[in-house]
Design a binder for this molecule. Structure first.
Ligand code: NAP
Ligand code: HSE
Length: 437
């Protein structure tokens, strides 16, 4: 039987594992796909680099467009990341009507409208299961398994690096910088790890999931984004004392004909399932109108787990080729041409309980000024901790509030900051009660 020929672009943390599985598991993949899969070309930047798995050197090239343009390649697998040249590679594959598999969430979040529509028009297949939450089959789940239901909320830990860092800071008291280095060594982090720790990678995934679940075009700039770089060991300890764990959550919620899109550190009650998803694991909670609550948990980062999601797209395309299936599903399920752009609710309208940590001098009237500014904007304090007394020295005052509107919180904090009592920036973390915000 004529094999399906695969061209791979990128042989890093994920690409090297895809190449290894294609080579070492060829027999079982053939049994599952119903047709042999053969790796025929591989593009890298440096052909001499030592790697976890290196395919036959005769397959290597340093020109990624050679892979797309080669008449020998049926399916192009893009695992280089970034916008350029990944966008041009995707568009070239669509024009040539080749299957294109990618794990590149940045590309799909920033240029998804053009990429999805190019594949719809050409009728070529586009697979991006690996772009969100690593090994968790979230793209197929939303596009296919939930297609008979209306998704109302997607809330999840969708960045393995951020979760690995927060988990080790929480459980071992490790330092942020040390744990980030470990996450890079383990192949969890992006080539530019600021994407992980500043919440941008999670925001890319929120944009993709919202487009898929709510059948809407999403402007990436509409995703409110905060990362974990300002979280201190003190916040982690205070959260524990108050009965919470801090997680970086991505949220996409539909409210009638509007949507809310955001990524920020969130305090989850310790008993919540998601509060106990640790290390490089991701968890995605889906609330849909008929099925109710469903949660998927699995490894969200790392070469091997992510490679399985890439392979799932390759096998799915190979099965279509083997069976001669003609009709292709639009990459997002619904065609992008027919999609509206649902208005996005500004973060200022969010209602939440808040954790606030002020760094202030330990002297009379300071607490009254803070409480006054919050009270003037209708914000009620639920509890307060001041751990130590250090006269004439900065102390941390931690407050938990009742439900408040974000705009009122911003007004209060601006007033408190302008009064000159804060000796360092105030830490603000939103709280998700019962695990669901
Ligand atoms: P990586 O380890 O940095 O590997 C990138 C690979 O791409 C390297 O082999 C590099 O070649 C090659 N490359 C870069 N630019 C190239 C160019 N212009 N031409 C040819 N080759 C080029 O990245 P990764 O972690 O495997 O991630 C790959 C993609 O998967 C990214 O989109 C990432 O966001 C996504 N992803 C990663 C994970 C994960 O856990 N790592 C999980 C889900 C999704 P050299 O080796 O020669 O430098
Ligand atoms: N850097 C990403 C993460 C890879 O840590 O989640 C998986 O998308």
């Amino acid at each position: 039987m004529k094999p399906v020929r695969i061209g791979l672009i990128g042989l890093g943390a994920v690409g090297s594992q895809v190449a290894r599985i294609l080579t070492e598991e060829a027999e079982s993949l053939q049994a599952r796909a119903g047709i042999p899969l053969r790796l025929v070309k591989v593009a890298v930047r440096d052909t001499g680099k030592k790697r976890g798995f290196t395919p036959d050197s005769g397959l290597l090239t340093t020109e990624p467009f050679d892979v797309v343009n080669s008449p020998e390649v049926d399916i192009v697998v893009e695992l280089i990341g970034g916008e350029d040249p990944a966008f041009d590679l995707a568009m070239a594959a669509a024009r040539k009507r080749k299957g294109f598999v990618t794990a590149n969430k940045l590309l799909l979040a920033l240029r998804g409208a053009e990429v999805f529509s190019a594949f719809e028009k050409s009728g070529a297949r586009l697979g991006f299961e690996a772009a969100v939450a690593g090994a968790i089959p979230i793209i197929r789940s939303i596009r296919e398994s939930f297609s008979g239901d209306q998704v109302e909320l997607i809330q999840g830990i969708v960045n393995g690096t951020g979760n690995y860092i927060l988990s080790r800071m929480t459980d071992e008291g490790s330092r942020f910088e040390d744990v980030l280095k470990d996450a890079q060594a383990l192949g969890y982090a992006e080539a530019d790890p600021t994407l992980d720790v500043e919440g941008i990678d999670s925001a890319h995934k929120v944009a993709i999931l919202a487009a898929l679940a709510f059948e809407t075009m999403v402007d990436f700039s509409d995703v409110y984004t905060e990362g974990i770089t300002n979280i201190t060991p003190e916040d982690i300890i205070s959260a524990r004392e108050l009965g919470y764990r801090i997680k970086l959550l991505g949220v996409a919620r539909r409210v009638d004909d509007t949507i809310s899109l955001r990524v920020h550190p969130t305090m989850l009650p310790q008993k919540d399932l998601m509060a106990n998803v640790d290390g490089p694991f991701n968890a995605i909670h889906i609330l849909s109108s008929q099925a109710g609550a469903s949660t998927l948990v699995g490894r969200g980062a790392g070469g091997g787990p992510t490679a399985t999601a890439v392979l799932s797209d390759i096998v799915s395309m190979a099965r279509d080729i083997a069976s001669g299936a003609g009709a292709r599903m639009a990459p997002l399920g619904a065609p992008v041409g027919g999609m509206d752009k649902l208005p996005v609710i500004p973060i200022d309208e969010l209602e939440s309980e808040y954790y606030l940590r002020f760094t202030v001098p330990d002297r009379p009237n300071v607490l009254a000024q803070i409480a006054g500014a919050l009270g003037d904007n209708g914000i009620s304090i639920a509890s307060m901790i001041q751990r130590e007394r250090k006269e004439n020295q900065p102390v941390s005052v931690v407050l938990m509030t009742h439900n408040a509107v974000e705009a009122d919180m911003k007004k209060s904090l601006a007033h408190i900051e302008s009064s000159g009592i804060c000796l360092a920036p105030t830490m603000i973390i939103r709280i998700a009660e019962n695990g669901r915000d």
